[in-house]
Design a protein around this ligand. Structure first.
Ligand code: SIN
Length: 331
């Protein structure tokens, strides 16, 4: 029987990290080994699958920038367009894994599974979780039930939507979860179990951006003022995510300032900082009247990606809000 072909795309991270000793699990250099070398540590991969390895970049994910997503996007599209490839696995550092997964979820229009996977422990550690995570990710990428769900994240035996997943712990191997949404399924001993159906969100009509617009996140806190927002605008920001207090509340002192920004050509989204829950429109902000975006339960760094993609594709505020509403409708 012929083996299913998977495209494995390496980007670096801890799954390819190396420490000075096998007993060291938090003090190490990410992106030290090639993906091909990591694949060689899991002989079952080549026994089970036809494996095609590419490595468009080799970075710790705290160094990944939107410019790097373009190289990754091109590699993913190449795999999508290869009729032999049934599924795609992207190995990635965990620090910004959820941002890359969100980017792929919203920019790659395919039914093929795109599974993003990382590790919390370097490849050299006694407790390395990368080999098992990689094998799990390949099991999911080869699973027909993974089709049409958009990007997925597989970590520590759990399968999450790339849109809803987040890193919640700095070092535990059980670092990822999907607040509010929950996991989509789990994988054990190469057996994939789905808990529920999920359909992928509508993607942007992708055209490779020549440059990315600047979109920043301004985090609110007790006593915050508009200094950070003014600095972002001075630096050329076309969009600002207001990571607000509670239900994305804005300190009274600069509410009027935020409300004035869309009319000056700076798009603003109201989100909740650090906490979960679906931000609602509040009459004191008159979001729609002032052209301020609201994004329900999406966290600030994911809303930033929606704004980056929307602005890079020439969408205005109402068009981006309509897209956000469609994304949230897909669940
Ligand atoms: C990184 O994000 O590249 C470093 C941390 C990790 O992969 O866990």
């Amino acid at each position: 029987m012929s083996k299913p072909t998977l495209a494995l795309i390496g980007t670096g991270g801890t799954i390819a990290g190396a420490a000075s000793a096998a007993s060291v699990s938090t003090d190490y250099k990410p992106a030290s080994l090639s993906l091909a070398a990591v694949v060689d540590t899991v002989p079952e991969l080549r026994q089970r699958y036809g494996i095609e390895v590419t490595q468009p970049m080799q970075l710790a994910s705290y160094d990944v920038r939107p410019e790097d997503w373009l190289h990754l996007h091109a590699a993913v599209i190449q795999a999508v367009n290869n009729p032999d490839v049934v599924g795609i696995v992207v190995t990635h550092g965990t620090d910004t894994l959820e941002e890359t997964a969100t980017f792929l979820h919203l920019s790659v229009d395919t039914e093929k599974p795109i599974v993003v996977v990382g590790a919390m422990r370097p490849a050299t550690a006694y407790s390395a979780d990368g080999p098992a995570n990689l094998l799990d990710a390949c099991s999911v990428a080869a699973c027909p039930g993974a089709r049409g769900r958009g990007s997925l994240v597989v970590m520590n035996g759990r399968i999450h939507s790339g849109l809803w997943v987040g890193k919640r712990h700095v070092s535990s191997i059980e670092a990822f979860d999907s607040p509010l949404a929950g996991a989509l399924g789990e994988v054990a001993d190469q057996a994939v179990q789905w808990f529920r159906a999920a359909r992928r969100a509508p993607t942007v009509a992708w055209q490779r951006p020549t440059t990315w617009p600047r979109v920043d996140i301004a985090v609110a806190y007790a006593g915050v003022d508009e200094t950070a927002m003014r600095a972002f605008i001075a630096a050329g920001a076309l969009g600002i995510v207001h990571a607000g207090l509670g239900n994305a509340n804005t300190p009274t002192g600069y509410r009027a300032f935020i409300q004035s920004l869309p009319a000056q050509g700076v798009l603003v989204a109201r989100c909740a900082r650090f906490i979960t829950g679906s931000v609602t429109r509040a009459s004191i902000y008159a979001d729609a009247q002032h052209g301020i975006l609201t994004a329900g339960p999406l966290p600030p760094h994911k809303v930033r990606i929606v704004m980056l993609l929307g602005l890079a594709h020439g969408m205005d505020g109402p068009a981006i809000q309509a897209w956000i509403d469609q994304i949230l409708m897909a669940g």
